[in-house]
Design a binder for this molecule. Structure first.
Ligand code: DGL
Length: 268
């Protein structure tokens, strides 16, 4: 089989990773995407690292069965907990891109020295951003804050309103984030409130998220391996491990349009 015309796999704990899928589709419109959202186990943000590794390995196995030439670990929690183990098991069979490293590279390029990170508990407890950033820029000040209310708040549609304002006041007003020059939105859902966060900071803090930077990292890896698609692509496929009509309705928020989700009983 010609690897060039194989699909790109993208997976997340649920539908939030569609923010990343959308950025990849916009940058690489000729590629076919196979998306898997593990809605049966969502949220990953408060699961143990062992559980997330187990889920991620099974999902990667499925995406490999679909012959994916590259797998994007679109979930920050899975990128923090499971990326290394995914490489250990499957690096010899496909390319992997996580959502942490491209964002870290972007911060390093920006030259900021005092950086905040907001993310799920899993991502913050892993310490991954602080350690990767300090490896590259010794002495960089990195302040991470778990903001577990944000993902469910966004999923329930509480954005640009009094509730989101009050939650953001509490989180972003936390003394641990005082004095930052840049803030990393280290969770699939947060790009949806990026503008609100920029407004909260009155544009004085640079806000970075892992949508476009990850799409560019995917493009670069495919170019380096010389496996950009050449033939017309079949339609994208979007699978979820648990299906409800409300998941499907929520895809509009994360992907920009409502898409059809197919139920795939990976855990049956
Ligand atoms: N996708 C998760 C992440 O980026 C957020 C939602 C969850 O906790 O599952 O960390």
């Amino acid at each position: 089989m010609d690897t060039r015309n194989s699909p790109i796999g993208i997976f997340d704990s649920g539908i939030g990773g569609l923010t990343v899928a959308n950025a990849v589709v916009r940058l690489l419109p000729q590629e076919q995407i196979i998306y898997f959202g593990d809605t049966a186990h969502m949220p990953y943000g408060d699961k143990s690292a062992d559980a997330i590794r187990y889920y991620s390995l099974r999902i990667a196995k499925f995406l490999l069965e679909q012959k994916c030439k590259l797998i994007v670990v679109a979930c920050n929690s899975a990128s923090s907990a499971a990326y290394e183990v995914l490489l250990d098991f499957f690096e010899h069979r496909t390319l992997f891109v996580n959502v942490v490293d491209p964002l870290v590279e972007e911060v390093v390029r920006s030259g900021h020295q005092h950086v905040g990170v907001i993310a799920t508990k899993t991502t913050v407890n892993s310490g991954i951003y602080a350690s990767r950033l300090r490896d590259k820029v010794p002495g960089m000040q990195v302040h991470s804050l778990a903001t577990p209310l944000l993902a469910p708040m966004i999923e329930e549609g509480f954005v640009h309103d009094a509730i989101s304002r009050s939650v953001l006041d509490t989180y972003l007003g936390d003394p641990r984030l005082e004095g930052i020059e840049a803030l990393l939105l280290a969770c699939t859902h947060y790009p949806l409130i990026r503008k609100e966060i920029e407004t909260w900071y009155d544009q004085k803090v640079r806000i970075l998220d892992s949508t476009d930077v990850v799409a560019h990292a995917v493009k670069k890896r495919l170019e380096e391996a010389d496996i950009l698609r050449t033939d017309p692509a079949p339609p994208h496929r979007f699978y979820v491990s648990d299906y409800t009509p409300s998941f499907e309705a929520t895809t509009r928020q994360f992907y920009g349009q409502e898409i059809h989700l197919e139920h795939l009983g990976l855990w049956n």
